[in-house]
Design a protein around this ligand. Structure first.
Ligand code: ADP
Ligand code: MG
Length: 603
């Protein structure tokens, strides 16, 4: 074939390949245009999962009659005019490619009216042919109607999935956009049926409502509303507690200056922020907004603009990482107002069918959204409560610690009364009761203690009277030898004893009761899986985590009351003691009010 200049329509269709993949991507471009036009209400109507038809109606600034055909032309945009503008783009769009691309693979009709005009004007595009603008009644704003997507590109049509699947994609896309602009209302309908509706949300409670609608009540209850500003950056949003971490990464939303991103640097910063409280395989849930000077970031780095380039990536990374890390570190047991979200408790208690009380449901929701409730409990009430607990405990045959603990004190986690089934510590708190998972709590505090110790040098180690030789595979022996120094820093001294043997000489002094052989085997297994991909810091923390887990008190070990109290005090001192290294809660709290309600007292 000889070289030739491609026809205009074909150029558009090729360009469409980059941005128009399915109905969801069409809608993304149209809705982003509406947002750029300053709309406060966007209505979306679809047919057959958007494949037959997508229509977006907004109340934005509109397009003047004379510019209507231009809007459909390639490289035509009202958003930038110079390279300086490109360097500090504040809008979602700027390439001027979306409308012509979409128009080249569908039938499109645009009707628009500006505030300066009494009437709207319409243009249509069909297979590369544009009509002249014709008067058409329309309120101020723009409607763009896209039908028969890919009618002229059969190959693309084959990639479309079922109506259901396309609709799901499209709804997820709208959710992502709706989370980025609380002040804009969104409504999605299909055949007059409402699929989703997000009313404009100005107050915090309304925003919260939108977050709950999209990310679930559980997420809102188990997240902290954060806001932090420094070095010219601001990070705010909802940070899911480690207790609401998930098996997959489906509840992660990150926006940079209002644009949804899946940027590598930012994702990594968030992951590192959680690294101490979440172990592999668990994914945090979050909804975060980063705001920085647009001049600090180049958004023109990716066709779908999912990745960006930062002028100072290190600075942004550290800001995000440190902010998250600090917030999570402050989730110390009893540190903040450990109040149970009343709405949650009510829901559980008000339904008589729900008799199984799930720990995570009682998990206190903290955060600056509601002022901490001050509970004033007099000594008398507290004594009465204590007597009740004692009677309950005695009559159920659980080991009871005696009256010495029945006093009012300031310890947020209260005083141990008994050990339940060798697993939980029952503690009387100032205004309620607290249950502690002793293994999880001990694991957490040990881990933090070892980490703190590590700051000042290697963790103290206790030599074994008789070194233990462990038979492992040759590969594992190599691995152990290679990581001997890493182990040594955590107090575990190992050396090679043969082609397939490793000798353990000493163990971390904090944890002499652990089984060194089992520990070594677990560590080697973990290194095998992750070793190569992790940095030294991460690997070290992971080794500490595994050691702490192995060293922590196991279920069924009988703890004395002083031992239990010591653990409670240690939890209060330890940062991030609200959850164990695996992100499970370490303790839960039931207030006297909740108990009273449970027993229908005072109603
Ligand atoms: P870009 O968004 O990159 O500028 P588009 O092809 O998406 O390019 O849109 C082209 C132009 O059409 C925009 O720059 C804008 O001026 C105008 N436009 C598109 N949609 C709307 C809308 N809903 N309201 C007002 N103007 C719009
Ligand atoms: Mg656009």
């Amino acid at each position: 074939m000889s070289i030739r200049v491609l026809p205009e329509q074909l150029i558009h269709q090729i360009a469409a390949g980059e941005v128009v993949e399915r109905p969801a991507s069409v809608l993304k471009e149209l809705i982003e245009n509406s947002l750029d036009a300053g709309a406060t209400q966007i209505d979306i109507d679809i047919e057959e999962g958007g494949m037959r038809r997508c229509r977006v109606i907004d109340n934005g600034c509109g397009i003047p009659r004379d510019e209507l055909t231009l809007a459909l032309a390639r490289h035509a945009t009202s958003k930038i005019g110079s390279i300086e503008d490109l360097e500090r783009v504040g809008t979602l769009g700027f390439r001027g490619e979306a409308l012509p691309s979409i128009a080249s693979v569908s039938r499109m009709r645009v009707v628009s009216r500006t505030p300066a005009s009494d009437i709207g004007y319409a243009v249509s595009a069909d297979n590369g042919a544009f009509s002249e603008p014709a008067p058409s009644p329309h309120p101020v704003g723009t409607s763009i109607d896209v039908s028969d997507l890919f009618f002229n590109v059969p190959a693309r049509r084959k990639f479309l999935r079922s109506e259901r699947t396309e609709q799901q994609h499209l709804l997820r896309m709208i959710e992502r956009l709706a989370l980025s602009r609380f002040e804009v209302g969104f409504k999605v309908t299909s055949n007059r049926r409402e699929l989703a509706s997000y009313p404009a949300a100005k107050r915090l409670s309304d925003r919260q409502q939108r977050v709950a609608q999209i990310m679930g009540d559980e997420f809102v209850a188990q997240s902290l509303l954060i806001e932090h500003e420094a070095v010219g950056c601001k990070l705010w949003g909802w940070l899911g507690l480690p207790t609401c971490a998930r098996g997959n990464a489906d509840l992660q939303y990150f926006y940079l200056n209002g644009r949804a991103l899946r940027d590598r640097i930012l994702m990594n910063a968030v992951r590192m922020g959680y690294q101490d409280v979440l172990f592999h395989g668990r994914h945090p849930a979050y909804l975060l907004f980063l705001e920085i000077d647009p001049a600090q970031v180049d958004v023109n780095a990716h066709p779908a603009k999912l990745e960006v380039r930062f002028r100072d990536g290190r600075l942004i990374h550290d800001f995000v990482f440190r902010t998250i890390e600090r917030v999570l570190r402050d989730t110390r047991a009893g540190a903040s107002s450990a109040q149970t979200a009343p709405t949650q408790i009510e829901r559980i208690l008000d339904s008589p069918a729900n008799t199984s009380v799930n720990a995570s449901m009682f998990w206190p929701s903290r955060g600056p959204m509601e002022p901490p409730v001050q509970h004033a409990f007099g000594l008398r009430e507290s004594k009465a409560a204590a007597t009740q607990i004692r009677e309950a405990v005695v009559s159920s045959g659980i080991e009871y610690a005696g009256d010495s603990m029945l006093r009012q004190d300031q310890a947020p986690l209260g005083y141990a009364i008994a050990q339940l089934h060798g697993v939980y510590i029952l503690s009387q708190a100032p205004d309620g009761l607290i249950l502690v998972d002793m293994h999880a709590a001990h694991e957490r505090t040990t881990y933090e203690r070892m980490k703190a110790a590590l700051q000042t040098g290697p963790v103290a180690s206790q030599p074994l009277l008789v070194p233990i030789v462990v038979n492992v595979s040759a590969a594992d022996a190599d691995l152990a030898e290679e990581h001997a120094e890493l182990f040594a820093r955590t107090g575990l001294t190992v050396e090679r004893s043969g082609p397939a043997g490793v000798r353990i000489r000493s163990v971390p002094a904090l944890l002499q009761q652990l089984d060194p052989i089992e520990l070594l085997r677990t560590l080697l297994a973990e290194l095998r899986e992750h070793g190569a991909t992790r940095g030294i810091e991460e690997a070290l923390n992971e080794v500490l985590g595994t050691i702490a887990c192995h060293g922590a008190v196991r279920a069924n070990r009988l703890l004395s009351i002083p031992e239990m109290n010591a653990l409670l005090r240690e939890m209060e001192r330890t940062v991030r003691s609200d959850q164990c290294n695996h992100g499970r809660p370490t303790w839960t709290y039931v207030s006297m009010t909740d108990l009273d309600r449970l027993f229908l007292r005072g109603r």
